[in-house]
Design a protein around this ligand. Structure first.
Ligand code: F6P
Length: 329
């Protein structure tokens, strides 16, 4: 391939800039021209496409967000949008594309592949909910941000003998809650992947205070329910003490990426270019047991593919993601 492009799509994640940088610099070192696409698939369809140079990605590795902007663009699930995007890419002489994003972005990459246009997916989301990889770009940073917030909330919780429900992001996955909760020594962690009873949470809180604890932190994954709803149910289940809800929100998506996310993004970005250089598309890069791996985006579970098509043309996830429940005790 002589010319490829890169885009970021879906919710932004710390480390996306580091991944773009790696794609750009690796492409240049392989003698491949590299173009950026602004605003994800929306920019692809609109032709918001421009050449990138080595200097374009100078001083970007440590920056949060994505300088190519990101967008959710549901229209790309329709064939009309997909074909319009491919037409634009061809107009610019682009022969392959690196898509950095979450689940929805992979679906787009899969549709491009279906139409015979080579696309390589890189997992960029704080949620860690992407199949085909142990870790996504941005997850480590988000966990660190949440741990930092939990440490601070514990200070004030201890000063007032107050119970806190801290709602964290993750969409339907509990990975951020589970990992940050463990790292911050939370008293309870509630995630969608594991059932719990409100009565047990209430007992746990009361027992803690009876034993002389001066705080109680419950880390709640947003996929379970909202923090406010959780607090209401806790009271209905008999909790009578002082209670506050803290929703961490979008601070979890920002900030300078950790060293781990920068390295992961750099490794994955370089691999994506190697794949396109070798004419390979329709795959997603992941990391498994610290080794980079690739999986076909579309195919059968036996082929190790991430998604298959249903008879109606819908998308089915072959091996749905599960939070690292072995961490749960
Ligand atoms: O997928 C990343 C994420 O931050 C989720 O954790 C969260 O549910 C969602 O995006 C929020 O989306 P938005 O920024 O569009 O409100």
């Amino acid at each position: 391939m002589k010319r490829i492009a890169v885009l970021t799509s879906g919710g932004d994640a710390p480390g996306m800039n580091a991944a773009i940088r790696a794609v750009v610099r690796k492409a240049i070192s392989e003698g491949i021209e590299i173009y950026g696409i602004n605003h994800g698939y929306a920019g692809m369809v609109a032709g918001d496409i421009f050449p990138l140079t080595s200097a374009s990605v100078g001083d970007k590795i440590g920056r949060g967000g994505t300088f190519l902007y990101s967008a959710r663009y549901p229209e790309f699930k329709y064939e009309e949008g997909q074909l319009a995007g491919i037409e634009q890419l061809k107009k610019f002489g682009i022969e392959g594309v690196v898509v950095i994003g979450g689940d929805g972005s992979y679906h787009g990459a899969m549709r491009l592949t279906e139409h015979g246009f080579p696309a390589v997916g890189l997992p960029g989301t704080i949620d860690n909910d992407i199949v085909g990889t142990d870790f996504t770009i941005g997850f480590d940073t988000a966990v660190s941000t949440v741990v930092d917030a939990l440490d601070k909330i514990r200070d004030t919780s201890s000063s007032h003998n107050r119970t806190f429900v801290v709602e964290v992001m993750g969409r339907n996955a509990g990975d951020i809650a589970l990992n940050a909760g463990i790292a911050a020594g939370a008293d309870d962690i509630c995630i969608p992947e594991k059932e719990f009873k409100f009565e047990n949470v209430v007992n746990n809180i009361n027992k803690g205070y009876e034993k002389g604890k001066n705080h109680h932190i419950i880390v709640l994954a947003e996929g379970v329910m909202s923090g406010e709803e959780f607090a209401t149910k806790l009271k209905e289940a008999g909790y009578e003490g002082d209670l506050r809800v803290s929703v961490l929100g979008h601070i979890q998506r920002g900030g300078s990426p950790t060293a781990r996310d920068r390295v992961l993004a750099s490794r994955m970005g370089a691999r994506a270019v190697e794949l396109l250089r070798d004419g390979i598309g329709g795959v997603a890069v992941g990391i498994h047991n610290e080794e980079l791996v690739e999986s076909p985006i579309l195919g059968t579970p036996e082929e190790g593919a991430l998604f298959s098509l249903t008879e109606e043309g819908g998308i089915k996830v072959n091996n749905p993601h599960k939070a690292g429940l072995e961490l749960y005790r």
